[in-house]
Design a protein around this ligand. Structure first.
Ligand SMILES: [Zn+2]
Length: 231
């Protein structure tokens, strides 16, 4: 895990030190957003570049890969939100990069079992969601890759799906319009996954997903039908 965490260069470390030396009452999430502070800008770039590199262009929450050199497609992510816990703002263990969708969904939502922590928890048991550096993702969430359904395997998986808004991937069906052939294909894939599912929770989740796709397919067909009637 430690090789994943950023080790600041001397210049960045000086900037981090100057922040950490501030009185706790002076530390606030807004500090991060001061665009006029050149040292801060460089420090933030170092953080993003480091985590993009070690994470291999992979969002730690939705596991979507985005191989784009421009680091603007990624958000520097404070695992414990910086607005509520500004004292952890530059702690390497509390930093990573995430995709913008996960970051936006996660926002300032609580991720700690004990909201009144004073020191940075380094034990994965202290976190409600999957911690990018402390947890092993697939122990908590199974992703059905063909369909991007996220199956929670325990409460941490469920919490991560909720906090990071991972059900948003289901909404892609909304854009299918009248391509009902896609719905058919999706049901075929889900059927295959249902056959190879190994646990009851998986089977029932896939079954519910098939239900949703069927329902959506029916709605599309109805809309298609109404359109034809109006011509
Ligand atoms: Zn993501």
């Amino acid at each position: 895990m430690s090789e994943m965490l950023i080790k600041y260069n001397d210049k960045d470390q000086r900037k981090v030190d100057s922040y950490n030396e501030l009185d706790n009452t002076e530390k606030c999430g807004e500090y991060w957003n001061n665009d006029k502070d050149v040292d801060l800008k460089n420090l933030k770039k170092s953080i993003k570049d480091h985590y993009i590199n070690v994470q291999g262009f992979l969002c730690p929450y939705c596991k979507q890969k985005n191989v784009v050199e421009h680091n603007g497609v990624w958000d520097a992510e404070h695992i414990i939100p910086k607005d509520d816990f500004p004292q952890f703002m530059f702690s390497p263990l509390n930093l990573c990069v995430s995709c913008k969708d996960c970051n936006q969904a996660k926002s300032n939502k609580n991720v700690l079992k004990n909201r009144k922590r004073k020191t940075l928890p380094s034990n994965k048991e202290d976190y409600l969601i999957i911690h990018p550096h402390l947890d092993i993702y697939h122990q908590h969430i199974k992703i059905l890759n063909s369909s991007l359904f996220f199956i929670p395997l325990d409460s941490k998986g469920k919490e991560t799906i909720e906090v990071c808004g991972l059900l948003r991937f289901l909404y892609k069906f909304v854009d299918y319009g009248n391509v009902s052939i896609e719905v058919k294909k999706k049901i075929g894939l889900l059927h295959q996954e249902l056959v190879s599912a190994s646990t009851a929770i998986e089977e029932n989740f896939i079954l519910a997903c098939i239900g949703d796709v069927v329902e959506h397919g029916k709605q599309l067909a109805q809309q298609e039908h109404i359109k034809k009637l109006c011509v």
